[in-house]
Design a protein around this ligand. Structure first.
Ligand SMILES: Nc1ncnc2c1ncn2[C@@H]1O[C@H](COP(=O)(O)OP(=O)(O)OP(=O)(O)O)[C@@H](O)[C@H]1O
Ligand SMILES: [Mg+2]
Length: 521
């Protein structure tokens, strides 16, 4: 018996029950692969033909949300028959699905109600045909049918026959159900992907690049000029000035926006890996290359490849990159086939490449190939008028993200932000604001919420170490100035808001040299 189960097909000398079991086992194996359900349905019918004499058969399923049954797999149907449709309740098949109950027609020639929708039977009219149709049921609801034509046999046990095909139908139901779940999952992922792409596009839209100072406006103009072309762009600028954001903006404002934007950080990858990462490799190209891998150039096909920190590219990769730029083609590592590359290149660096060339650490020829359209992203200290815009933008973003209700930044804190020189540029400002949001316990960011680097900076030139007395005075000044801002310079109102007397406020204003007129507007 065991030997019989492992071989396909049913040995003729087996008991009927054993033969049925062998067929069911084979059908369950056929239907067990959720990624090829359609092929599994067809193979099921072939097994039924071979083992059960079902010379003509068909599986129908209800289309998503409609009242029509369509044929998913069939044997022995004409071309017309294969595309036939049944309405629920129409003919025997339609009735089976509508009622969820199987039907057996022992001799179809005696059944006037028989719809020959799926094409004329190919067997001669002299033959008598038995038609069996069982429902495919999911969650107690019929969603389709399995129907078979068998040779009429007076001896046939119809109950047993219906039971057997009923078991096959329930196996089909399971496979279809799993397939539906996977399909729903795939659809959800696809929708999510479309949604995420939309979000990315919005995120890197121009309107999300904060700043309207002169220097940054010139950058926007250059981005607009170059975005729609295929020109290689080189972004220069100190760390944290927003080079990556601008690279995204160029891509999402170009005709390549629906193709991938792929980023490679040349400094983050070890020298030995960068080449295989960029160009991919063939199986067996080196020890450990167990399968073929596509490189980022291939992944970015039709889109944009962003090479960050290009100043750190090693010499051998630089040669290969030069070839892609000149010939627009490359080879995978260990590969013999040359691959064409339709990729727009954007590179970025915060290094002085001219010095690197003079020092022999960067190839001059590569520099000229890359430096086609250079955009200099200004440091934050050269666009001071954007500091407040950016700070407000980050305040809103991080307040939302951390579930806080912070409304504004106090005047003394703004003064501190404005007088600082921001060596880490926008990234440093962003971090400072996020930190302030986290430590802020009210709805206004005060000077003492800002990082210590800014506190000492404000005091720079006078003291380096802030004493307890000075710190308390700074806090008092901050608090009073902020309240005066709310009361538009009215000292009495400020005193009552701070639950103190006019006399105390008057004394502090004089002592801390607070200019009340500044708040009268
Ligand atoms: N104009 C801007 N508007 C809003 N956020 C910005 C702007 N410019 C930069 N940022 C933010 O500042 C941070 C640093 O920007 P980015 O990573 O693009 O800098 P970078 O120039 O690539 O720095 P590095 O050279 O260190 O890689 C990011 O979080 C970015 O979102
Ligand atoms: Mg960067």
């Amino acid at each position: 018996m065991a030997a019989g189960i492992t071989t396909l097909g049913v040995p003729p000398n087996q008991q009927p029950e054993a033969r049925e079991l062998v067929s069911l086992l084979e059908i369950s194996r056929t239907l067990s692969n959720p990624s090829r359900v359609k092929a599994g349905l067809q193979e099921t019918l072939e097994i039924l033909e071979r083992d059960r004499g079902a010379f003509r058969s068909c599986i129908t399923l209800l289309r998503d949300g409609c009242q029509e049954l369509s044929i998913e797999a069939s044997i022995g149907l004409s071309a017309d028959g294969r595309t036939a449709r049944y309405l629920l309740g129409e003919g025997v098949t339609g009735r089976v699905v509508q009622t969820g109950r199987p039907v057996v027609v022992p001799q179809i020639s005696r059944e006037p109600d028989f719809l020959n929708r799926a094409g004329q039977r190919r067997h001669s009219p002299g033959w008598e045909i038995t038609f069996v149709c069982v429902p495919i049921v999911i969650h107690r609801k019929a969603v389709g049918s399995l129907s078979v034509d068998l040779h009429f046999d007076q001896e046939r046990d119809y109950e047993r026959t219906v039971n057997f095909f009923g078991v096959v139908a329930s196996m089909i139901a399971q496979a279809v159900q799993i397939n539906c779940l996977i399909d729903a999952d795939r659809r959800r992922l696809l929708e999510e992907n479309v949604h995420l792409r939309e979000e990315l596009r919005e995120r890197y839209d121009f309107s999300n690049l904060i700043g309207n100072s002169g220097p940054i406006r010139r950058v926007y103009e250059q981005v607009t000029q170059v975005a729609s072309t295929n020109t290689t762009v080189m972004l220069r600028g100190e760390s944290g000035t927003g080079k990556e954001l601008i690279a995204h903006a160029i891509h999402y404002n170009s005709t390549r926006k629906n193709s991938p934007f792929i980023k490679v950080n040349c400094a983050a990858l070890p020298e030995t890996l960068i080449e295989s990462e960029l160009f991919g490799y063939e199986r067996g190209a080196f020890t450990g290359a167990h399968s073929q891998k596509k490189g980022r150039f291939e992944l970015a096909e039709g889109g944009t490849l962003f090479l960050d920190e290009i100043g750190d590219l090693n010499a051998s990769t630089a040669v290969k990159l030069l070839r892609v730029l000149q010939e627009k083609e490359f080879d995978r590592l260990g590969g013999t086939r040359t691959i064409k590359a339709d990729v727009r290149l954007i590179v970025a660096t915060n290094k002085n490449l001219e010095k690197a060339i003079a020092g022999g650490t960067f190839r001059e020829d590569l520099y000229y190939r890359l430096n086609v359209f250079a955009i200099f992203v200004p440091p934050l200290r050269e666009r001071k008028s954007d500091v407040l815009l950016l700070a407000d933008h980050f305040l809103e973003e991080y307040s939302n993200r951390h579930g806080k209700h912070i409304k504004r930044i106090s005047t003394p804190a703004i003064d501190m932000l404005m007088s600082y020189h921001w060596p880490g540029n926008i990234r440093e400002l962003e971090n400072a604001v996020e930190r302030a949001v986290l430590v802020c316990d009210g709805n206004v960011v005060h000077a003492h919420h800002l990082p210590p680097t800014l506190q000492t900076a404000e005091a720079s030139g006078t003291v380096t170490n802030v004493s307890f007395k000075e710190a308390v005075e700074a806090y008092e000044k901050d608090l009073i100035q902020d309240t005066l801002k709310t009361t538009r310079g009215n000292r009495s109102k400020a005193a009552s808001l701070l639950k103190t007397t006019d006399r105390v406020i008057g004394y502090k204003v004089r002592k801390l040299k607070i200019d009340c007129d500044r708040f009268r507007s």
